[in-house]
Design a protein around this ligand. Structure first.
Ligand code: SF4
Length: 165
């Protein structure tokens, strides 16, 4: 069958006169063999993800995916805001876009100052960890997250309210 596709039924130039399958072929009977195959482009989608850039005592709050996760198992990421139970304060410190498959994500990275009550609450979340800024190289961050954190820290890691963490 693969040989037929390579030598007889070639895209745009099918040689139906020499084809051993011609008597069973609906495309040939319908007279549109040359127009096949028709490719339908996949629908593209857009999504917004809001994440939290949070530092405390020189450490950065990260969420580490469980080793049983289907996606990025064991990898660390900048936490999604909603997973921390906090709201963005003002404009994001960074906005970056990336495409995964058919979805283009607008990643809004908000720099926040943690409150004591929030830090206590996050301590009960086994996927959250504080990683020292100088230890980020060994933190198993995914590429984009490592880059975004590097950009933010290189600017001084300023919070939305303009204070250093
Ligand atoms: S008859 Fe059908 S299968 Fe054969 S070459 Fe034409 S389009 Fe392809």
């Amino acid at each position: 069958m693969m040989e037929l596709g390579a030598t007889v039924c070639r895209k745009g130039v099918p040689d139906c006169a020499k084809c051993p399958l011609a008597e069973w072929c609906d495309a040939q009977k319908a007279g549109d063999a040359q127009a096949l195959p028709r490719f339908v482009s996949k629908e593209r989608k857009e999504a917004v993800v809001e994440r939290a850039l949070i530092t405390r005592e020189g450490k950065i709050l990260l969420r580490r995916n469980p080793h049983t996760a289907k996606r990025l198992a064991g990898m660390a990421e900048i936490p999604v805001l909603s997973s921390l139970g906090v709201e963005p304060a003002g404009e994001p410190a960074l906005v970056r876009r990336r495409t995964i498959g058919t979805v283009t994500y607008e990643e809004k990275l908000h720099a926040l100052e943690p409150k004591v009550v929030e830090i206590r609450r996050w301590a009960k979340d086994g996927e959250l960890e504080w990683v020292a800024a100088e230890a980020l190289d060994g933190a198993a961050l995914s590429g984009p997250h490592r880059r975004w954190l590097g950009e933010w820290l290189s600017r001084g890691g300023r919070t939305a309210r303009g204070k250093r963490p």
